[in-house]
Write a protein that binds this ligand. Structure first.
Ligand code: SAH
Ligand code: SF4
Ligand code: F3S
Length: 435
């Protein structure tokens, strides 16, 4: 019997990369690879990269540098770069770092087995095309192995929005949706293998049009799958939030009361220069409508501080918007210049200013997050248990609102979904008791 070859994948960036890495590992299973968690005994190392902020490429070069010794010891070791840095700088990576055997862009993962065979044969393999065919349909079908209770499922890829700061439209290409029947059959398959919660993924997931009634139509179909208990989706753009999707938050029990809806900034001047195509007021009205449909909805967002030409007054508008919304969680970043994007050409805000704004913004967001989390104490919520906790007899799961919840109880299994009364709120998680 031949020994299986070992594949080490390191994943950077967004959840879509996490999903892609899973699918690539499965595809490489067909080439006789099993996954390993260490690069040291790997026959192939694959970096699944992210290009969203500064120094992304430098990080990859320094990571590659760490494998030099391994490659010298074992010339048979193959090294590949996938993901958004591969898409943006693939050819350059191959030139600058000769130890890289394979470069594959996010749209070409179905070609990975071919590329691996080529690299194994000693040739350089590069594919950063935007092919017409759907990579997921061309990737082999998913193996039947048992799964944990939660899974990501990519339903949409790419972005047509061209926010002035963002590389995603260039690295992931135009918006494409997977047909609903394919998504539904992948979802059924995942549920048969133990998945109870699905997070639908897309760079603009609510621009999904693989179902005639859009993402809401898909969610309503998914909700009919027995055994599937929870549905989430991310990331949404405010302008693609249609009436039916808003309504689904009120009338679809399986759709969880948590929504990640990035706004980036609260100043109309900055929103306009970001090319976000909506005002702060329109965003706030949308939140009102969502909360009318689902009053206990928790909101999450992304914020950028120090976008070119952002003044202190613009920044205060962002703070005011945050005060008005009250977020349950959020991600915030200093603006990072991305070569080739329009904002990179504009006058930049000094670094110290960005640092100061980020600190103030994060302090406010942390306060809000903590307040909403503390307000859970005394309430009863559903918790989907995922794994054992650090203390004996303890299980950890996620609440409907995505809080981590620790519960001490005998006999709970990963995948159990139980009502829990929250009794304590700690810095990063809640403690509860079974009801
Ligand atoms: N499609 C999603 C998010 C894509 S990237 C959306 O439209 O919201 C994730 C987040 O990274 C963005 O929401 C933004 O806040 C941040 N981001 C993107 N480009 C950035 C840049 N050049 N500098 C700083 N943050 C950036
Ligand atoms: Fe980037 Fe904007 Fe597209 Fe989101 S909507 S991926 S921030 S261009
Ligand atoms: Fe990064 Fe590409 Fe995702 S740039 S955030 S890995 S789409």
């Amino acid at each position: 019997m031949t020994q299986p070859k070992k594949l080490f994948i390191k994943t950077y960036g967004c959840q879509m990369n996490v999903y892609d890495s899973e699918r690539m590992a499965e595809a490489m299973g067909g080439q006789g690879y099993v996954q390993t968690d260490s690069p040291d005994d790997a026959d192939m190392i694959l970096l699944n990269t992210c290009h969203i902020r500064e120094k992304a490429a430098e990080k990859i070069y320094s990571e590659l540098g760490r494998y030099k010794g391994l490659k010298a010891e074992r010339p048979d070791l193959r090294i590949g770069v996938a993901g958004c840095v591969a898409q943006a700088e693939g050819a350059e990576i191959m030139r600058r770092q000769p130890m890289v055997d394979l470069v594959v862009g996010p749209q070409s993962y179905h070609r990975l087995p071919e590329l691996e065979a080529k690299a194994r044969g000693g040739e350089k393999a590069l594919d950063t095309d935007f092919p017409e065919e759907d990579k997921f349909e061309r990737l082999k079908s998913r193996p039947k192995a048992k799964r944990g209770p939660t899974a990501f499922l990519t339903v949409q890829e790419g972005c047509d929005k061209f926010c002035a700061f963002c590389v995603v439209p260039y690295t992931r290409g135009a918006e494409v949706s997977r047909p609903a029947d394919r998504v539904l059959s992948e979802a059924r398959d995942l549920v048969e293998r133990g998945v109870r919660e699905l997070t639908l993924l897309g760079q603009n997931v609510n621009a999904y049009h693989g179902h005639e009634r859009g993402l809401a139509g898909l969610i309503r179909e998914l909700a009919k799958i027995d055994g599937l208990a929870r549905i989430r989706f991310t990331t949404s753009h405010p302008n693609d939030m249609d009436d039916d999707l808003i309504a689904a938050h009120g009338d679809c029990d399986k759709l969880m009361p948590y929504l990640h809806l990035p706004v980036q900034a609260g100043s109309d001047k900055i929103l306009k220069r970001m090319n976000r195509q909506h005002t702060a007021e329109q965003y706030l009205r949308l939140i009102e409508r969502l909360r009318a449909a689902r009053p206990d909805l928790h909101l999450s967002g992304d914020f950028i501080v120090g976008f070119p030409e952002e003044t202190e007054a613009d920044f205060r508008d962002t703070m005011a918007l945050i005060e008005a919304v009250e977020y349950g969680s959020a991600f915030s970043f200093k603006y990072s210049e991305r070569p080739g994007t329009p904002a990179a050409e504009r006058p930049q805000v000094p670094e110290a200013e960005k640092d100061d704004r980020l600190q103030r913004l994060q302090a406010l967001l942390t306060r809000q997050q903590r307040a909403l989390q503390d307000a859970m104490v005394g309430r009863e919520v559903g918790v989907l248990f995922e794994k054992t906790g650090r203390l004996p007899g303890q299980m950890v799961g996620k609440s409907d609102y995505l809080h981590a919840v620790h519960v001490a109880a005998e006999g709970l299994q990963p995948g159990d979904l139980r009502p829990v009364r929250i009794v304590e709120s700690g810095p990063n998680s809640l403690k509860g008791v079974l009801v």
